[in-house]
Ligand binder design. Structure first.
Ligand SMILES: [Mn+2]
Length: 289
């Protein structure tokens, strides 16, 4: 789990809005399901958990809220295995079974955005820049990836990538760095204080992101917004409208679900199933000669 995320949880309480306690139903039926930031095509993607989730839920409406396939990184490194294929196959299976599937491209799968003006629909999956979802209790929610409001979250994206290991390594580096500075007659400069300032900035940036998204929903006269992009699941009221972030399948395994009565719930699939993030991806075995 990212260092930033831990900071955030200290701020908001441990995953306050998430369900992670009782026994998991073998199969669950929801009115709608929202997932984003799967980043298929990168090693960080927890496709094995998403496969389990997609096999065990059914829904009338499935929203893919951006960054499902990481086409942005495709140009540099590309990681694709049978699990990635299986995720796509299961999404197509949902569409075939009658689920209304809407794909809203994000900034990592922006190559799909080129097709938006055409109003593309492939295998029952509708491509849209954004959508308005109406809940069973008649709330109207703007569904959008959220990178359109990205100028405010640059720091957050950097720090979200900075894991515990990197943070600790940096602190160790700071000790030797300052030993050198001392020898050269320079005053002490605290890297950890600098990092903490950066995290504080990141937290403020996330606040601004939430304000911006909620503000957009309010301006349009809607009741709330469902977005992704910053890999931080959250459901709370912001400025009189509902702000929901469905999280990600890289740093955590979270989805937003809508129950038959319109009740919205954030689900932490890894915690719910006690999956371990420490589980090592099996190494590829070469074909026996
Ligand atoms: Mn994104």
């Amino acid at each position: 789990m990212g260092y930033l995320l831990r900071q955030m949880q200290q701020r908001t309480g441990p995953a306050a809005t998430m369900t992670a306690s009782s026994a998991t139903p073998l199969r669950a039926r929801y009115r709608s399901v929202f997932i984003s930031d799967v980043h298929l095509g990168t090693r960080g993607c927890r496709s094995e958990f998403l496969i389990d989730f997609l096999r065990r839920v059914t829904c009338e409406q499935l929203y893919l809220v951006g960054d499902i396939i990481d086409g942005w990184r495709m140009r540099k490194s590309w990681y694709w295995d049978a699990d990635c294929d299986e995720v796509l196959r299961l999404i197509l299976r949902h569409a075939r079974a009658g689920t209304d599937v809407t794909y809203i491209p994000g900034n990592h799968d922006e190559l799909f955005r080129a097709w938006l003006p055409v109003g593309l629909e492939i295998a029952g999956i509708r491509l849209r820049a954004e959508a308005v979802h109406v809940t069973a209790d008649q709330r109207r929610l703007l569904v959008i990836h959220g990178d359109e409001f990205d100028s405010v979250v640059r720091y957050a994206r950097f720090l979200a990538l900075l894991g515990d290991w990197a943070y600790n390594a940096v602190l160790r580096l700071n000790t030797s760095f300052n030993a050198v500075r001392r020898r050269l007659g320079y005053p002490y400069w605290s890297l950890s204080a600098w990092l903490k300032r950066q995290v504080k900035e990141a937290v403020k940036a996330i606040d601004r992101f939430e304000q911006a998204l909620a503000g957009e929903a309010r301006r349009r006269g809607l009741d709330g917004v469902v977005c992704g992009h910053i890999h931080h699941a959250e459901m709370r009221e912001v400025g009189g409208v509902l702000y929901v972030n469905d999280g990600d399948w890289v740093e955590s395994c979270t989805a937003l679900v809508e129950h038959e009565d319109g009740r919205l719930e954030l689900i932490d699939w890894a915690a719910l199933n006690r999956f371990s993030f420490a589980a090592v991806r099996p190494a590829a075995v070469a074909h026996p000669a």
